[in-house]
Ligand binder design. Structure first.
Ligand SMILES: Nc1ncnc2c1ncn2[C@@H]1O[C@H](COP(=O)(O)OP(=O)(O)OP(=O)(O)O)[C@@H](O)[C@H]1O
Ligand SMILES: [Mg+2]
Length: 249
């Protein structure tokens, strides 16, 4: 059996004349942490949006194992076990941490199943929500309103919401954005743990984190893949260095 979980073939998406994602063919392997890096506007978030179904492609395809998921809705893609976080967090601030995770646990379930077995589904969702909070170091704050969390805790809650749905693939868009030094270390430790148990596609500008966490790195510039390689090869790549200097980072 192939160890490629997710792959794109010549994936392309324009916004007007701009090719945000331009002929991108990538393979994401089972169990790997695959970082996607590149300057602002390189197309990283657009790529994640295509993988999660939040954006539709103009051309090209996306396969999850042997299944062609090109053009599937975000709900169907989440239901297959591909979960994503957003660059700006999507938690509900007036809900408790537990309720946010409970929503996360229920998000990919079908309405039919909930109707048929509400008590069991509820129990499972509660257990999943609590486990996710524990994993993210937030179980003590399960009854806190999300609005009372620190910035770093809110980011961890967003990860917990995703984990509550028991996903197989994690698509994480800048999980370290705007964090202080302590929270950054804590989040890196969490990501390291998650990376051991999931296939993870990680967009991140924090290069220390990327080189610590990634098994494979793809560099995107102007919507295109510049290079995909192991971290040590990316570090030594002249093309990557030039692209970053050109991109003003
Ligand atoms: N909804 C949209 N409408 C029009 N243009 C868009 C839209 N979304 C993205 N773009 C453009 O597509 C290009 C790629 O954007 P994208 O957000 O994917 O980049 P990114 O690599 O995630 O950047 P950053 O590191 O700043 O988050 C940019 O030029 C951006 O302005
Ligand atoms: Mg982005």
């Amino acid at each position: 059996m192939s160890d490629i979980v997710l792959h794109t073939q010549a994936l392309t998406r324009h916004f007007g004349a701009l090719a945000a994602v331009d002929d991108v063919s990538l393979e994401f392997r089972h169990g790997e942490t695959h970082a996607v890096i590149g300057p602002n506007g390189a197309g990283k978030t657009s790529l994640i949006n295509l993988l999660s179904g939040d954006l539709t492609s103009d051309s090209g395809s996306i396969h999850f194992n042997d299944l062609d998921i090109t053009g599937h809705t975000p709900e169907r893609i989440a239901g297959l076990g591909i979960a994503r976080s957003y660059q700006k967090t999507s938690i509900l601030s007036d809900f408790t941490c537990l309720n946010n995770c409970w929503l996360g646990a229920n998000a990919p379930r079908s309405g039919t199943m909930r109707f048929l077995r509400p008590a069991r589904a509820d129990r499972q969702a509660n257990e999943a929500a609590e486990q996710a909070l524990e994993m993210c170091g937030l179980l003590k704050k399960r009854d806190w309103l999300a609005s009372d969390l620190t910035h770093g805790e809110a980011h961890r809650l967003e990860i917990a919401m995703i984990l509550a749905a028991n996903p197989r693939v994690l698509l994480l868009d800048e999980p370290l954005a705007g964090m202080g030094a302590d929270e950054t270390l804590r989040m890196i430790a969490l990501l390291e743990q998650l990376g051991r148990e999931h296939t993870m596609i990680l967009i991140e500008h924090d290069m220390n984190a990327v080189f610590k966490l990634a098994d494979t790195i793809t560099v995107m510039v102007d919507g295109k893949v510049l290079e995909t390689a192991a971290p040590e090869d990316i570090k030594d790549s002249d093309a990557v260095r030039q692209a970053y200097l050109g991109g003003g980072e």
